[in-house]
Design a protein around this ligand. Sequence first.
Ligand code: NAD
Ligand code: UDP
Ligand code: UDP
Length: 316
Amino acid sequence: LESRFKDLEVQVPKKYPDVRFLNYKDRKRILITGGAGFVGSHLVDKLLLEGHEVIAVDNFFTGRKRNVEHWIGHHNFELINHDIVNPLFIEVDQIYHLASPASPPHYMFNPVKTIKTNTVGTINVLGLAKRVGARVLLASTSEVYGDPEVHPQTEAYWGHVNPIGPRACYDEAKRVAETLAFAYLQQEGVPVRISRIFNTYGPRMHINDGRVVSNFILQALQGQDITVYGNGAQTRSFQFVTDLVDGLVLLMNSNFSQPVNIGNPDEHTIDEFAQIIHGMVGGGSGVVHKAAVEDDPRRRKPDITRAREQLGWRPL
Ligand code: NAD
Ligand code: UDP
Ligand code: UDP
């Protein structure tokens, strides 16, 4: 793990890393909504390094300029402060649509805004794609499976979501976003790609992100108790962010319009994660159990057969 964090530092050095030369025919204009966020900024790096032109659109709700500051001023990069709930008129070839808060405390902060971002915002992105003939990749989520009754989760599973619970503003809005993508594909012929992203971690996660990996590392580093919600027997499967962005780019450039799980099937209980992080960081922290959170999925693990077969992708 340590060596992978180091690799990233080498790959993305200070100002203006060396980009590959692409001739006019192969170079694309690519829009990334949510491009200043955790995942979006790694995608910005990958696509710029490959020689493409990238336009990042972000309202900086959870994203930060700092995540892309090494590109600001580069002739292939543009950063636009814009809320995707409002229409956007630009000309591009491809759109990675990532704009949405992703961490439970962030998406629960303003549930109505979360719904608008993922529904109205997705309509705007699909309307833009329809007008300019662009291809759209939607960042959907394993949360469409809710608290799953099928394990591991295949893309054929329809999910088990409480439509009025605290997570619904995110889960149901992402489900509608998938429905919208499919409707624009079938009715308007917009080429869409749907990634169902599973839990992801890596550099540039916000220190106040509120998700389990950054919470546990921060607590351990500060010598505070590591807070496990509930009995800690719930499971998650975490992938490294560069595996995810490799998968997203493969999916975008494939011919496959059905949803595809992108995640690492290596499953652990949250108690095990607490022990692993405690063991790595050391220090005086203990592990304490707090009240369980409402509707917390009890287990989650992707079946990645489809990604392997359709994209030749698997986590490294
Ligand atoms: P993030 O919060 O770091 O990034 C989201 C970005 O979208 C931020 O930069 C934020 O400012 C921006 N944004 C939010 N609302 C917006 C709006 N209305 N208009 C414009 N920009 C807006 O989260 P992330 O982890 O990078 O997630 C990126 C995408 O991947 C999200 O769509 C998320 O649902 C999806 N996803 C992430 C994970 C994960 O584990 N990281 C898992 C499943 C799905
Ligand atoms: N839209 C946009 N940029 C564009 C084209 C459309 O933001 O370049 C928005 C537009 O404001 C509309 C939405 O996308 O609200 C859906 O567009 P569509 O053409 O499907 O619907 P219509 O405009 O006919 O309602
Ligand atoms: N969790 C925890 N302590 C924390 C943060 C999260 O025990 O400080 C648990 C949470 O209840 C869930 C799992 O860790 O069971 C993953 O939570 P996260 O918010 O990272 O992502 P989710 O997969 O729930 O969207």
